[in-house]
Ligand binder design. Structure first.
Ligand code: COA
Length: 233
């Protein structure tokens, strides 16, 4: 932690290459969307298939299908149902949750390019946000609009070569909290004091943040869905 950053340095994740049987707590899965696979379209709902069909770009379509199939296979381990039998509902701003079978597991998804993350917790809501490390052109405008005054000041004072990553740390923390509450980017702003944020590097080239309620034990199981690392964005 430095004076200009309120965040601990991001954790570099060592992904487990095999999945133990799910226990309770926080679990984060890395999903490499371009890994060769046998995307099993039969597990998708009619709504998911229709959404895939609306994606004109073949790469986006393929990645969307890979993510939906992976998410169903992963969730099936936790909720004890066949992947195709899982039913989803959505909160008032669209946050998905499992409605059938009934389960204590909350989950949240984020994807960026060839990589996606699925976070789960059986103790309460969770939010995750993933961003490719990149130059952020309009950081000043976005920071003024979105972050508090100290964060904006710290960004303005940061050396140019550190600013993009600091901006993305603030951004992923903000978005992960907004996704944990389900309010998304346009809803009621989360009270930061009610949430813990853990920053991590899922792979070189990406930064991510996980938000979960203050007071929840922050130990995370890091799990790899496929063992092929994605190409950096
Ligand atoms: C949800 C949101 C933060 C996603 O941002 P993003 O950077 O584009 O995408 P990410 O990859 O990080 O996350 C997308 C996933 O978050 C989940 N999600 C969708 N809405 C969500 C919400 N309100 N809260 C938490 N998670 C949400 C979904 O699983 C979604 O995946 P999908 O698009 O494949 O269905 C942003 O789109 C948003 O704020 N949406 C809210 C829209 C809204 O307010 N609608 C009001 C309707 S009344």
């Amino acid at each position: 932690m430095t004076e200009s950053s309120p965040f601990a340095p991001p954790v570099t994740v060592a992904w487990a290459d095999h999945a133990p049987p799910p226990r309770g707590g926080l679990h984060v899965w890395r999903i490499a969307l371009d890994a060769p696979d046998h995307a099993d379209l039969r597990v998708l709902s009619a709504g998911e298939t229709a959404r895939a069909d609306r994606l004109a770009d073949p790469a986006r379509r393929r990645r969307f299908i890979a993510l939906r199939v992976a998410a169903r296979h992963i969730l099936a381990r936790y909720v004890e149902a066949e992947p195709h039998a899982i039913e989803f509902g959505a909160g008032h701003r669209g946050k998905p949750h499992v409605t059938r079978p009934p389960t204590p597991w909350a989950f949240n998804l984020s994807d960026s390019g060839a990589l996606a993350l699925l976070a789960l917790d059986d103790r309460g809501p969770v939010g995750v946000d993933l961003e490719g490390l990149r130059a952020v052109a309009r950081w000043d405008r976005i920071a003024r609009r979105t972050f508090d005054e100290p964060a904006h000041r710290a960004l303005a004072a940061a050396p140019a070569d550190a600013r993009d990553e600091l901006f993305l740390a603030h951004w992923t923390a903000h978005e992960a909290r907004q996704k944990a509450t389900g309010e998304g980017l346009h809803g009621v702003r989360a009270d930061a004091a009610q949430w813990q944020v853990l920053h991590f590097r899922p792979d070189p080239g990406w930064i991510a943040a996980l938000a979960f309620a203050a007071g929840v034990e922050p130990r995370v199981s890091w799990l790899d869905y496929r063992h092929v690392p994605p190409a950096a964005p």
